[in-house]
Design a protein. Structure first.
Length: 317
């Protein structure tokens, strides 16, 4: 007997909720500064093509559990896989030509990941991301050439996921993060512009199915995750004060109707929606005079990362 052939035509309608609040004081944008923003970057083409939705995903793409929602790694399935990718990054800004010889001198983003199921209830994943900024030219206080350094950032990520029931799974991940942006000249000496820290990811996922009639079945999945939650990294004095990591809360919903056109042919569609909230305090609007800075609108951002989890919802001026 010939194996059944299923024709699956995925249709992804990605609707992304982006909330950007801007405030102006003396015609200046009140942007939200974060440390190590490269944590939000990925070379995964499917993730970008799906509107950067990764808190929910079909069972065909368990690697989404390494990007946003760790709970997606284990979904009552025995999966194993991995990927290696390399992406030139703003290479047109580099002083070097685009020949293969200078490929690794120009900025680039490299990523590799591997994941596998221990059994149907447990899965592990590992991801490594390396962001190379290119060659940085150092100068002393007089603007004279003082050498070159290779600026880079990277993190190692280990993720674990567990399936509790046929419908519910949860996961957690931890990242070791390090960056080295070279050196800066201060007080007749060069100081290192490098730091190391860690962050955690937490996620939960729920899925179920409903049979509408003999030919239509409706699959529904919902997920939520907190990414990049960790202590504020700092550099050696006199560098600026510590900044928050780009901690982020994301919640998504996916509805996947399935039409069985025949015993061998089925049609799938996927409609996904995701909302995100940056869990970082918004800088206040300041009134500056001879006595110093006074908060005119907003709140003081000198709070702990735990306080920022809830204060970031109402502190914007």
């Amino acid at each position: 007997m010939k194996p059944s052939l299923f024709l699956k035509i995925p249709v992804m309608l990605a609707l992304v909720l982006s909330s950007v609040k801007t405030s102006f004081s003396q015609e200046e944008l009140n942007a939200i500064p974060v440390a190590l923003p490269f944590l939000t970057l990925t070379t995964n083409a499917r993730y970008g093509a799906a509107g950067e939705i990764a808190t929910v995903s079909s069972s065909a793409y368990p690697e989404a559990g390494l990007i946003q929602n760790p709970a997606l790694l284990s979904k009552n399935a025995l999966n194993i896989g991995g990927n290696i990718s390399f992406m030139p990054w703003l290479s047109y800004l580099s002083p070097y030509d685009h020949s293969f010889r200078n490929l690794f001198k120009n900025p680039y983003l490299a990523e590799n990941a591997v994941f596998g199921a221990i059994n149907r209830k447990n899965a592990l994943g590992y991801r490594f991301v390396y962001f190379h900024h290119g060659t940085t030219i150092q100068q002393d206080q007089y603007g004279n050439y003082a050498g070159e350094t290779e600026a880079y950032e990277y993190f190692h990520q280990l993720t674990y996921s567990h399936t509790f029931t046929d419908h519910l799974s949860a996961g957690a991940g931890i990242k070791y993060i390090r960056n080295n942006l070279g050196y800066f000249y201060y007080n007749n000496s060069f100081l290192s512009y490098a730091t190391a820290t860690f962050a955690v990811d937490l996620g939960i996922h729920y899925e179920t199915s409903y049979t509408i009639n003999d030919i239509l079945c409706l699959h529904i999945s919902a997920g939520a995750a907190i990414n990049n939650f960790g202590p504020k990294p700092g550099y050696e004095p006199p560098m600026p004060e510590k900044q928050f990591l780009p901690a982020n809360l994301a919640a998504g919903l996916m509805i996947s109707p399935e039409w069985k056109l025949s015993e061998k042919v089925s049609l799938h569609a996927r409609i996904a929606y995701q909302a995100e909230k940056l869990l970082v305090p918004t800088p206040p609007l300041l009134y500056i005079d001879d006595t110093g800075d006074t908060i005119r609108e907003g709140r003081n951002t000198d709070v702990s990362v735990f306080t920022a989890l809830y204060s970031s919802w109402y502190d914007a001026p």
